[in-house]
Design a protein around this ligand. Structure first.
Ligand code: SF4
Ligand code: SF4
Length: 412
């Protein structure tokens, strides 16, 4: 039986509801429960860095006391973690908690994470990204506010427990002048909003922050002179000015705004660059998140494994990557029997078309999201010949291999 508002209310009873996972997925779950009129006591997070903080105005606690409350029949746990949900579920079971009675996974409420690419255009041409390394790109443009609102309403109707929307995929959202109104509409609908920006254009930054998005991710791949090697076409001085302005606008308009700095690790962005960026994040109170850089999109990677030539930009990316592509692909191949984590993605393009999934740039699966039931779109993808081809190489785990890879501190 599917979960609905009544079934959740019955399951929770008079118990305090805690969400395990205080980051974007967990916060999205919080918004979905609030929308359904269900109250939340707070968040649990295993990360000591999160404990004692607040998220969406609720306290973030360590798991142990809440687990004890749940064992005593006084708390219900909703797991809202993107990467660790299965490990958390296993932990709940080990503690004697019963699925659906004492805890549930937010995947059972909603297993789709939509992204809406409000801008098909980017003002950089990073060599690791299809905007910089593919020549035959689809047409670009901006989504209109009316279209965005119609898509938001359709998503809410088709996904009653929709938690969050990413207002970006392969473009620079700050280029769309209607972004502040789109963020405001998302907030009004009680859905969590996240944007990702290269901060090259700060023209509307104040209006964007004042519209109160929940998360802003900023990407960088070096410090000082090394910045523009990966962020091709970028200007370090301008980036720094805009990053400082963003931190200042947060204090002025929206202190709860979470700002993440996604730092792409290449051969040229380690050592002094890495440490300088980490110190800057500490100074500006940004969440510093270093991740291995990798060749993207998977259109390129599929070409590589199937022996087709790559563009010079894609070749250059291969030279700069820390984990070489053959090793990365070998690790991904070892996981090819595992389910595809990308099936959660629903990437809606600026023109209303739907991309095949979140990691491919060129193939589309639906011409018009608004005119196509979501169930039809998902059915087209499930078990498709294209998915089979992708999985035969293990490519559905390619990004996870790089995102999970960590480098030792002394390697920096
Ligand atoms: S990685 Fe981001 S900033 Fe760079 S070209 Fe792609 S979309 Fe633009
Ligand atoms: S199997 Fe490949 S093509 Fe299919 S959804 Fe997963 S990543 Fe995308």
């Amino acid at each position: 039986m599917d979960w609905n508002q009544q079934r959740l209310a019955d399951a929770f009873g008079a118990r305090a509801v805690w969400i395990w996972g205080a980051m974007i997925v967990g916060q999205g779950v919080c918004r979905a429960l609030q929308r359904a009129g269900l109250s939340v006591a707070g968040f649990i997070d295993s990360s000591p860095a999160m404990q004692g903080q607040t998220a969406l105005g609720y306290p973030v606690c360590a798991p142990e006391p809440v687990l004890e409350q749940a064992q005593a029949g006084n708390a219900f746990i909703v797991i809202g973690s993107g990467h660790h949900d299965q490990a958390i579920e296993a932990h709940c079971r080990e503690q004697g908690l019963i699925a659906e009675h004492d805890y549930l996974s937010s995947r059972w409420l909603n297993d789709i994470d939509p992204s809406i690419d409000v801008s098909g255009l980017c003002n950089l041409h990073c060599i690791s990204c299809p905007q910089g390394n593919l020549s035959d790109r689809p047409p670009t443009g901006f989504m209109a506010l009316d279209t965005y609102n119609a898509i938001l309403n359709k998503l809410l109707a088709e996904l009653p427990f929709l938690g969050s929307i990413q207002l970006y995929a392969w473009g620079e959202p700050l280029l769309n002048r209607q972004l502040p109104a789109m963020i405001a509409a998302t907030r009004e609908a009680q859905v969590l909003s996240a944007i990702s920006t290269n901060l090259k254009a700060a023209r509307d930054l104040e209006a964007v922050v004042a519209a109160r998005p929940d998360w802003i991710k900023v990407s960088a791949s070096g410090y000082g002179e090394s910045y523009s090697i990966g962020h091709t076409g970028g200007n370090w001085e301008q980036f720094l000015v805009n990053l400082r302005q963003l931190a200042q606008l947060r204090e002025q308009y929206h202190p709860d705004l979470q700002i993440v700095l996604n730092y792409h690790l290449y051969r040229h962005s380690l050592g002094a660059s890495y440490r300088a960026m980490q110190a800057l994040c500490d100074e500006l109170r940004l969440i510093f998140r270093p991740n291995m850089a990798y060749l993207y999109s998977l259109d390129n990677v599929l070409d590589y494994v199937e022996g087709r030539p790559l563009s010079p930009e894609a070749q250059r990316t291969l030279e700069l990557m820390l984990l070489d592509i053959d090793s990365g692909l070998e690790r991904a191949r070892q996981r090819r029997h595992l389910p595809c984590p990308e099936e959660r993605c629903l990437p809606i393009n600026w023109d209303g078309r739907v991309r095949f999934c979140g990691v491919y740039f060129k193939p589309f699966i639906a011409d018009d999201f608004l005119a196509t039931p979501l169930s039809d779109i998902l059915a087209r993808r499930q078990g498709s010949a294209f998915c089979e081809r992708c999985m035969s190489h293990g490519l559905h785990h390619y990004t996870a291999v790089y995102l999970e890879e960590r480098i030792l501190d002394d390697g920096l």
